[in-house]
Ligand binder design. Structure first.
Ligand code: BES
Ligand code: MN
Length: 465
């Protein structure tokens, strides 16, 4: 069966790529309000596509934010039901001048398809859709019941997803969730992901004098400078050992087991390759941890953007009136974004320099997630990767976040299986994002294999839930 599927995928590859290009061509950027029409257009594109490949009850579901695309095929009585999740929204494309080809005019170069969203998440979402399409084509049916849920707000923290799930939880009822939105250890190394970090985003606004002041005459030296206040405050959150110095921040962090430590050490991961790729001469992070521990197992606090004062040509001697910073923390099990928020609020209260007003707004939040590597559905996924790629899969975590996972797993108690086909070299969120067409093909095959074998394992996992 697998050999036949492989051949059929290969025969249809060109057609699939053309369709994927159409999907990528729609600039469905959720962060920019000017792209609302593109968001709607992209959802419409999916609606038509799902109908075309054989899904039923295909529907655009309105939420308090961007619409969700739903479709299902439920004609496998006695077989498990899989809820497959993806997102059709993408990150902004800037800085556009750094792209070698326009972000929304997808182009293939050396086996890689370039375009915003190529990997995150349109290419991977398409691997899922094509895995069903090919099974429909070859067998006229699917080996499991399938519900598809493709949302349009993942890249802005899925603000509407909690209430959406609450409202539609009966309709979404299923045995397992499968998401293809994570990265493998390297481009050709099949990897099954068993953990995600969570996220907590906030903005700090510092306000000083009513207007910018002359930094000499009458004021310079006698007035708190909001930018200095902001950098002091930010500096108080992390020390030179890379440790976060906010009281209580590490309180609920589950330490890594010796078994997992060894497992991470055994992975084919090379720091030198990473440094060369990103153009740094040294890696840096929390003292006492390896690089993989730092990006997968340890929480972080990172300044994402900072602004204030004069940035124009030449000199302008002012004390600025205000300063701003955007910060995100990555969280790990069992940190709770709400608890961390309290710790940060307290820290800011205590450390705010005199003479300025500090306002803090918490925004995106997402819980961390981890599933046992011994879970039968994880083991089965590893086997499917192994069969499709012809080499054994390794077990990895992910440093990124997918907000819906927490709702599905922690509240609705579904096992979530992260079967991603991205590569750490894919430039997700960056200029020249791309998706390896080889992984597109192998991803489709891996998922087909998973669907075909799922029923054999699911009974067991139902009991262990
Ligand atoms: N696909 C990523 C998450 C990801 C990337 C997981 C690589 C594992 C490896 C997802 O689209 C994403 O970027 N999520 C955001 C979420 C945030 C905006 C709440 C993230 O992690 O920054
Ligand atoms: Mn993303």
């Amino acid at each position: 069966m697998l050999t036949k599927l492989k051949q059929m995928i290969s025969e249809r590859k060109t057609e699939y790529i053309e369709e994927l290009k159409d999907f990528i061509s729609i600039p469905s950027i959720s962060a920019l309000s000017g792209h609302q029409q593109d968001i709607n257009k992209c959802a419409e594109f999916l609606i038509n596509h799902l109908r075309q490949i054989g899904f039923e009850n295909v529907q655009l579901i309105h939420t308090s934010g961007n619409p969700v695309v739903y479709g299902d095929w439920l004609h496998a009585p006695g077989k498990p039901t899989v809820l497959v999740y993806g997102h059709y929204d993408v990150q902004p494309a800037d800085p556009i001048e750094l792209w070698d080809s326009p972000p929304f005019q997808p182009e293939i170069r050396e086996g890689l398809l370039f375009g915003r969203g190529a990997t995150d998440n349109k290419g991977q979402c398409f691997s899922q859709l094509k895995s069903f399409e090919i099974l429909f084509k070859t067998t006229g049916r699917l080996p499991v019941n399938v519900k598809l849920l493709i949302e349009g707000e993942e890249e802005i923290g899925s603000p509407s997803i909690a209430s959406f799930l609450e409202h539609y939880k009966d309709r979404l009822n299923s045995d397992v969730i499968v998401i293809s939105d994570t990265a493998m250890l390297s481009e050709n190394q099949p990897s099954i992901c068993y953990a995600l970090r969570g996220l907590l985003g906030f903005q700090i606004d510092v306000k000083g004098p009513r207007v910018d002041l002359h930094s000499g005459s009458m004021y310079g030296g006698a007035v708190q400078n909001p930018i200095h206040a902001l950098v002091q405050l930010l500096a108080s959150m992390r020390n030179e050992k890379g440790q976060i110095t906010i009281d209580g921040f590490y309180e609920d962090v589950v330490p890594i087991t010796e078994e997992e430590k060894q497992s991470l050490l055994s992975l084919p991961f090379h720091e030198k390759e990473l440094m060369e790729r990103i153009g740094v001469t040294e890696l840096s992070g929390e003292e006492g941890y390896t690089t993989l521990e730092r990006v997968w197992v340890r929480p972080t606090l990172e300044i994402n953007g900072i602004d204030g004062g004069y940035q124009g040509e030449g000199i302008k001697t002012i004390i600025p009136s205000e300063a701003h910073a955007k910060v995100t923390c990555r969280l790990v099990p069992d940190q709770d974004p709400a608890t961390i928020e309290k710790c940060i609020r307290k820290h800011i209260e205590r450390h705010t320099p005199k003479g300025v007003q500090v306002d803090i707004k918490f925004r995106e939040h997402s819980h961390p997630y981890a599933i046992s590597i011994h879970h039968p559905l994880i083991q089965l996924a590893a086997e499917s990767y192994g069969r499709a790629y012809g080499v054994p899969a390794c077990l990895v975590r992910a440093g990124g976040s997918i907000p819906i996972v927490e709702h599905l797993y922690r509240r609705l108690k579904y096992p979530v299986i992260l079967m991603g086909f991205g590569s750490p070299t894919a430039n997700a969120h960056a200029p020249n994002e791309h998706f390896s067409l080889d992984n597109f093909e192998k991803g489709i095959l891996t998922l087909c294999d998973y669907w075909l074998n799922l029923a054999s394992v699911l009974k067991e996992s139902e009991e262990s839930r």
